[in-house]
Design a protein around this ligand. Structure first.
Ligand SMILES: [Zn+2]
Length: 319
């Protein structure tokens, strides 16, 4: 009888703890929003001859509730490992690129069984495979531009040996310092002998509400801005096409456009796993929320938001 009573108490404590854990994780939260600022993004000087095409290299599905705070536990969200080919008259850019050919071996070498399960996904085709399949010569890619160097972004690096790999100096330094202890960064993405690193610094030229920027061709058609927090040197990239369509690629500052609309951060468990600086990531999200409100004509594109990536012309189509 006594044993039964003790077992009952233990079970009750366990149940209450579980309930508290899930309530804490899934209670809908918003980040503290900024006082109303002017977050208008300047018009591009010119975007003649710029076109863009989207693709993804793999996907997984999970309840929306684990993608952002306040997401539904009943709705399924499709996350993708996406990339974007941007043709500019001066160069063709691969912005992000999803996972590459070595991803299976990289997962096996870097992840334990739990992490492999956590990041399990269905591979479709890599950037290089898609290009070859569409008779689009991969050597057309003049530069690869990455929002940050977590494994699911750096994984395209080995497939483009010799091609300039661009990210911020801050991000490359951060990734190199973190790689030995941070499970989100794979050292083999950083230490390859044939990688042509061409990192850059953001300049102190403001762009809308962003204090720094990097205007790739000095024509306003492709402009990077700081989105620190998720990683120290994370960037977002504004792209304006020949047709006047404006995009804002926000990397992993948020995994869902709905989360930007409603200022919902990731859930605490996930923040602890993937966001390097939680407070800074939330400040960045608050700023993105303002930019979203003040620029309704700009389509935000979180790298992993499947339905949003699907809105763009899908490779080999361009827009
Ligand atoms: Zn990512």
């Amino acid at each position: 009888m006594r044993i039964l009573k003790i077992t009952g108490s233990v079970l009750a404590v366990l149940l209450i703890s579980l309930l508290a854990f899930f309530t804490y994780q899934f209670w809908p939260r918003t980040v503290e929003t900024l006082a109303d600022i002017n977050a208008k993004i300047p018009a591009p000087t010119t975007s003649t001859g710029v076109r863009i095409s989207a693709f993804s290299t793999g996907y997984n599905e999970s309840p929306e509730a684990v993608i952002y705070s306040g997401g539904s536990v009943f709705e399924t969200h499709k996350s993708v490992y996406s990339g974007f080919i941007i043709e500019h008259p001066k160069a063709t850019i691969l912005l992000e690129g999803g996972v590459g050919e070595n991803i299976g071996a990289e997962h096996a070498a870097n992840f334990n069984a739990f992490e492999r399960q956590l990041f399990a996904y269905t591979k479709t085709q890599t950037a290089r495979e898609r290009m070859i399949g569409a008779n689009y010569d991969p050597s057309k890619i003049d530069r690869v531009l990455l929002t940050h160097l977590h494994w699911d972004h750096g994984a395209v690096i080995p497939d483009f040996d010799g091609v300039p790999i661009m990210t911020t100096n801050a991000e490359l330094a951060f990734a190199r310092a973190e790689a030995p202890t941070n499970f989100s960064i794979f050292e083999e993405h950083l230490n390859r002998k044939n990688t042509n690193w061409q990192p850059f610094d953001l300049s102190d030229v403001p762009y809308g509400p962003f204090k720094q920027s990097f205007d790739m061709f000095l024509d306003g058609s492709i402009v990077a801005v700081p989105l620190g927090g998720h990683t120290n040197g994370s960037i977002g990239v504004f792209v304006t096409t020949d047709q006047g369509q404006r995009y804002f690629f926000i990397g992993d500052a948020s995994w869902s456009l709905d989360a930007v609309k409603n200022a919902n951060p990731k859930i605490p468990l996930v923040q602890g796993l993937v966001d390097h600086d939680k407070a800074q990531t939330e400040l960045t999200l608050a700023l993105l929320h303002e930019v979203y409100k003040d620029n309704p004509e700009i389509q935000f594109v979180p790298t992993h938001d499947g339905p949003i990536v699907d809105l763009l012309a899908q490779f080999p189509k361009f827009e």
